[in-house]
Design a protein. Sequence first.
Length: 149
Amino acid sequence: MKTPKIFAALFIVWTSMFASACFAQKSPDITMTEKIIRQYYTAYEKKDWHMLELILADDFTFTSPAGDNRIDLKMYKERCWPNAANTKKFDLEKVIVAGDDAFVTYNGWTNDNRLFRNTERFKLRDGKIISNECFFGTGVSFPNNQAKK
């Protein structure tokens, strides 16, 4: 083979491999959505309301089995945010993103090492969380729970 033909063949192979690698990566929307979801939990771990407020939409609503039926941001801060003081960390087990929806299943740990396991559904719009529906795991609820270790 002559040098130009080898170069052309290598160029075609390289271009094909590069194109395949580019298309195999996650789309920017999924990556950004997952980043926002992870920031949500990080804000609780760091007890940083400002960090959380930056990613929650003004018309944010929260729903949970604890009697929270689409409560607004102000009520969420009053009712739910105090749980951050009792929250040590989150181990996100599964994060599934589909368009503007995200589902997260996690194990959460209180400061005294009590487990709370939940699944949450997030809806996003324009890079902000507009709603969170929390579903408590069996036998446990939120960080103020009385479940055994």
